[in-house]
Design a protein around this ligand. Structure first.
Ligand SMILES: C[S@@+](CC[C@H](N)C(=O)[O-])C[C@H]1O[C@@H](n2cnc3c(N)ncnc32)[C@H](O)[C@@H]1O
Length: 196
């Protein structure tokens, strides 16, 4: 694990990119709060919430806190054998403890499967979303629940877009992007999607 990070689920370079994109949204004064779907132990949450401290944007984080669900056929890859049901299991208590130790403001935390989330679970307007559900179903469910809350200038960052061990993430993104007015760029393993 990289020194100073709570887990090896993201690396320092990826955190830099995520925070750079969030700062762009803040500097452009795009209206709306920030969501993270797939917060796990809070590796990225700590950095998102620190960045939001000087703003009026709130952070909302979501996780099953039961680890990964079943894979679907879109997720199958010989490189991804380590990803199994229940893998990446962290409790909400552990997340709260990590955030308390990091001395950052507590976000709104919701324990749920992404497929069970509904419109009212989301902030009314989302300016920035970080999606880190790993699998096709998890990423497409995340995109579907946030889509009606996005505005022009909102940015979505999806982890594992270029991760051959988790091919479902890119399939979900590319399927969701069909027919939408967006700009997509790829950096490290991240897809960065700007809504036009
Ligand atoms: C790669 S980890 C997230 C890492 C986190 N962003 C960090 O930096 O520490 C993936 C997380 O997504 C959650 N997850 C995956 N699919 C999910 C789903 N369909 N519904 C709810 N949670 C899900 C898992 O429980 C796990 O905690």
């Amino acid at each position: 694990m990289t020194k100073g990070l709570l887990s090896d689920q993201v690396n320092t370079k990826e955190i830099e990119i995520i925070i750079r994109e969030l700062n762009r949204v803040i500097n452009k004064k795009i209206t709306g709060d920030v969501v993270e779907l797939g917060c796990y132990v809070g590796t990225t949450t700590v950095h998102l919430t620190k960045t939001l401290m000087a703003t009026d944007k709130r952070l909302y984080v979501y996780d099953s806190f039961e680890g990964l669900p079943e894979k679907t056929r879109q997720d199958l890859s010989p490189l991804g054998q380590q990803f199994q049901v229940g893998e990446l299991h962290a409790t909400k208590k552990q997340l709260v403890k990590n955030l308390t130790q990091a001395r950052v403001p507590m976000p709104y935390i919701k324990k749920a499967w992404f497929s069970d989330l509904i419109k009212s679970d989301m902030p009314e307007v989302i300016s920035f979303a970080f999606l880190d559900g790993d699998y096709y179903g998890s990423v497409i469910d995340s995109l579907r629940v946030i889509e009606s809350h996005l505005v022009s200038g909102s940015v979505i960052v999806v982890d594992d877009y270029s991760n051959a061990a988790l091919p479902g993430a890119a399939k979900a993104v590319d399927e969701w992007l069909i027919g939408r007015s967006v700009v997509k760029k790829i950096e490290q393993s991240l897809a960065i999607i700007s809504i036009i």
